[in-house]
Design a protein around this ligand. Structure first.
Ligand code: MRU
Length: 382
């Protein structure tokens, strides 16, 4: 469907949340290239679920800001937005010679790369784009731009296919009627379609599995309440929103058969960074004997990072904890606030890591390296 989009902060589709409006969410794409190829178009996720607001991003500052402020978020979607974004910015470089074009490209790429530190997909996608420029060393900027467009669109297209494959592998670990608990949003709003942790849910829905999903609200930015509950409800999935401190309660009652979460960076030993609170869910699940599955596109696996201690965790502004979403401040002025955006779940709490190339189990050093090998083999065949 056509998305009509106004410039930068403009809105074209806005409506209060409600079933009929929810159902329209599927008509829009999380992130895409504009028809003219001169802008990145996103659903502004900071406005959901109240308004579906589409934004068109053209400048480096707007693209950086959209990623930093989580207008577009979720590891795969950030990678796609950055790939499309650097293509759009490359199109604005006035240089006629390769050398000048290359230097300006790298400057813009490094700027976008600094928007958020934890999700490796950001640098993964931008490095893929830089690699294209380097492979065409000495060619005209116009020619290089054509290859950059192809690569950015490929990254976007692959994301959809990767999520579907993760969904197929994840579905094999579930049975009809299962209860699934998820944290944050690793859904279609975090990717181009299907999501990662939600992919088995969407595929299961197509096949009549009738899963029951518990969505953690996910303080402080409420991605679970605002995004996961919203998109699953919009798709007709049986979803129940719970506060973050209720996961033990639903597991104790036997309502949860599996935890499915996404991730922002998986280290070589299987330690996994994901939205703050994931490690609490994993520890509770471990206690109650509920399996914990991390859904990870290979673009999120970082074999250069040996373990979780080496993962840089983003710190976010304290206002997200004290004021955001409240009518008035809900903490004393001046109180110290700690607001890490992610935590690391120890690999010993993870039953399996589900990738597009299959399911990896401990020992992760070996199985993740094997998965990376499968990816390389597939790429060489292509
Ligand atoms: O800060 P966010 O909203 O970008 O954090 C998102 C998450 O933690 C997701 O679980 C992760 O990126 C995986 S999305 C498929």
């Amino acid at each position: 469907m056509e998305q009509s989009v106004k410039q930068q902060s403009g809105s074209s589709v806005a409506a209060p949340a409600g079933e009929s409006v929810c159902r329209r969410l599927a008509d829009y794409e999380t992130v895409r290239l504009s028809e003219a190829g001169d802008a990145v178009e996103i659903i502004d996720q900071t406005k959901l679920p109240g308004r579906i607001e589409l934004v068109s991003l053209r400048s480096a500052e707007d693209i950086y800001d959209a990623i930093y402020r989580l207008r577009v978020r979720g590891a795969p979607a950030i990678g796609v937005a950055a790939a499309l974004g650097i293509y759009v910015l490359a199109g604005q470089i006035a240089a006629k010679d390769y050398g000048t074009f290359y230097r300006e490209f790298v400057r813009q790429k490094e700027y976008l790369d600094s928007a958020r530190p934890t999700a490796v997909n950001l640098s993964w996608a931008l490095n893929r784009m830089q690699n294209v420029v380097e492979c065409h060393k000495g060619e005209s900027p116009a020619a290089v731009l054509g290859f950059l467009k192809q690569e950015a669109l490929a990254i976007r297209q692959e994301d959809e296919e990767v999520c579907r494959r993760i969904g197929e592998h994840g579905l094999m670990l579930l049975k009809p009627g299962d209860g699934i608990l998820t944290h944050c949003n690793a859904g279609r709003l975090a990717t181009c379609r299907y999501g990662t942790a939600t992919a088995p849910v969407y595929l299961g829905q197509e096949r009549g599995y009738h899963f029951r999903v518990f969505a953690d609200e996910t303080r402080p930015l409420l991605q679970g309440a605002r995004l996961t509950a919203y998109e699953l409800y919009a798709s007709g999935v049986d979803v129940t929103l719970i506060c973050d401190n209720m996961s033990a309660s639903v597991m104790q009652k036997g309502w949860v058969n599996a935890v499915f979460v996404g991730c922002d960076r998986v280290a070589a030993n299987g330690d996994t960074a994901n939205k703050i609170g994931t490690s609490v869910v994993a520890a509770v699940a471990h206690y109650y004997g509920v399996p914990v599955y991390v859904c990870a596109p290979t673009s999120t696996i970082d074999l250069n990072t040996p373990d979780g201690a080496a993962i840089r965790i983003e710190q976010r502004p304290e206002e997200e904890v004290t004021e955001m979403w409240y009518r008035e401040r809900m903490a004393p002025d001046g109180v110290k606030v700690y607001n890490p955006a992610f935590d690391v779940t120890d690999h010993t709490l993870i039953d399996a890591i589900i990738t597009e190339y299959g399911v990896a189990r401990a020992p992760y050093e070996q199985t993740l390296a094997g998965i990376a090998g499968k990816r390389m083999a597939e790429e060489t065949e292509m």
